[in-house]
Design a protein. Structure first.
Length: 119
């Protein structure tokens, strides 16, 4: 069983930046960030393999950067040029198999951290 703890959410104005962190209690092959806005389905934002392979959802390309420090079992999401539509609860996820933007690929989930972007 892997436990995930997120941090770094908050409130910013449009155009601002936030950095999310997620620390896992053990080794994880694939890690990812998902988000859920009120009244909407949870969507995959970015995923990263332990080898460094990365996939992003189109809406955040060029603005968000996912990275991980395997020695610390920690994953990051640097979010720049934030828009109001980026607001929502951001969840860290981890899995041991194929890495992709589908939440069904992930067995472990964090509690979520709130991101609010005001216009």
């Amino acid at each position: 069983q892997v436990q995930l703890v997120e941090s770094g959410g908050g409130s910013v104005q449009a155009g601002g930046s936030l950095r999310l962190s997620c620390t896992a209690s053990g080794y994880t092959f694939c890690m990812g960030w998902f988000r859920q806005a009120p009244g909407k389905q949870r969507e995959g934002v970015a995923v990263i393999y332990v080898s460094g392979g990365i996939e992003y959802v189109d809406s955040i390309k060029g603005r968000f950067t996912i990275s991980r420090d395997n020695a610390k079992n920690t994953m990051y999401l640097q979010m720049n040029s934030l828009k109001p539509e980026d607001s929502g609860a951001y969840y860290c996820a981890a899995g041991s198999g194929f890495c992709g933007l589908s939440e069904g690929l992930f067995a472990y989930w964090g509690q979520g951290t709130q991101v609010t972007v005001s216009s």
